[in-house]
Design a protein around this ligand. Structure first.
Ligand code: FAD
Length: 285
């Protein structure tokens, strides 16, 4: 049986880490999902001049300060991607690639993904297009699958898919070592669109096409509607009120994912608001 956490925080940027610290200060049993470097948007910032009390700090320095603060308070980041969050009534079930977690309340602090979906991606999602290897690979036993991989984790996921399917193509969308099983075929190129009839069956790249039974698109983040079925959106953002509550009781959102301006301090402030309201919700149970 899974451990039931008081609070699960999905995302380890300014919003998620601020939420974690505030919930920990209220003695809650929490789990934070994200990555060990916290956020690419922290690490990549050359110079930050508007973080209160910490002028002229680089993103890497601010990330190190966040990590020290969190670690000193006993907050650790679990380096796992959450693929789905389901409201189960009196708790939430959170699914990573190979585990299931339970929490009374959840804060979604996943940041915002600016890259647009490929033409055809949303049209065929669930119909030959998938974002989750462990959820969907078994549907393609004996078939041809193409993975568009945006990170190192996608390499592991492609290796897993390849154990199940007949043939795997891998289109790397990142620089670095691609340690794939040798029977996976690497295709260098820029994906342009996904085509099909009743199901996706063709990935068009700039200079070639791949006939395929499925396209797995494996990125760091998952769109909020895909992550949490039934979540109400406001355009690109999760719809929240001033308490950072969403339309699902016990589920909160904070940071870039809940709206502009996209700024560290706004994200950290919202993480705090979400955590304090989540604590009130947990205590009322
Ligand atoms: P993010 O920082 O985006 O963090 C979200 C985290 O959640 C990421 O680690 C992601 O991997 C993780 N995640 C996403 N989905 C999942 C999932 N399904 N499961 C597990 N983990 C998941 N702002 C300023 O205020 N001042 C600046 O000077 C400034 N400079 C910037 C410079 C650059 C180059 C960039 C790109 C941004 C800059 N920003 C600046 C904006 C700032 O980076 C964002 O507003 C801030 O990072 C938002 O924090 P967040 O916690 O909402 O999300």
């Amino acid at each position: 049986m899974s451990v039931r956490y008081d609070l699960a925080i999905v995302g380890s940027g300014a919003a998620g880490i601020s939420a974690a610290i505030n919930a920990k200060l209220r003695n809650k049993n929490i789990i934070v999902f994200g990555n060990k470097d916290l956020s690419a948007k922290l690490v990549k910032a050359p110079m930050i001049d508007n973080y209160l009390g910490l002028p002229e700090i680089t993103g890497v320095q601010l990330k190190d300060k966040f990590i020290k603060h969190a670690t000193d308070m006993g907050v650790e980041v679990t380096a796992e991607k959450i693929n789905n969050i389901y409201a189960m009534g009196d708790y939430f079930a959170l699914m990573s690639n190979d585990k299931e977690y339970e929490a009374t309340a959840v804060i979604v602090a996943t940041g915002i993904e600016f890259s647009k979906p490929l033409p055809g991606e949303l049209e065929y999602l669930g119909n030959g297009v998938s974002y989750c290897a462990t959820c969907d690979a078994s549907f393609y036993k004996g078939k041809v699958v193409t993975v568009i991989g945006y990170n190192q984790e996608s390499v592991e996921e492609a290796n897993f898919i390849n154990e199940v399917v007949e043939k795997t193509y891998f289109v790397p969308m990142f620089k670095g070592n691609v340690a794939l099983n040798k029977d996976i075929e690497i295709i260098q190129g820029e994906p342009v669109r996904i085509q099909g009839t009743d199901k996706a069956n063709l990935l068009i790249l700039k200079d070639r096409e791949i006939k395929t039974d499925a396209v797995f698109i494996l990125k760091d983040s998952v769109s909020p509607e895909q992550l949490v079925p039934g979540l109400e959106m406001d355009g690109l953002h999760i719809k929240v009120n001033r308490k950072m509550e969403t339309n699902l009781e016990g589920l909160y959102a904070a940071g870039d994912i809940s709206g502009k301006p996209y700024q560290y301090m706004k994200a950290a402030g919202e993480g705090q608001i979400a955590a304090l309201n989540a604590v009130g919700f947990i205590d009322s149970k």
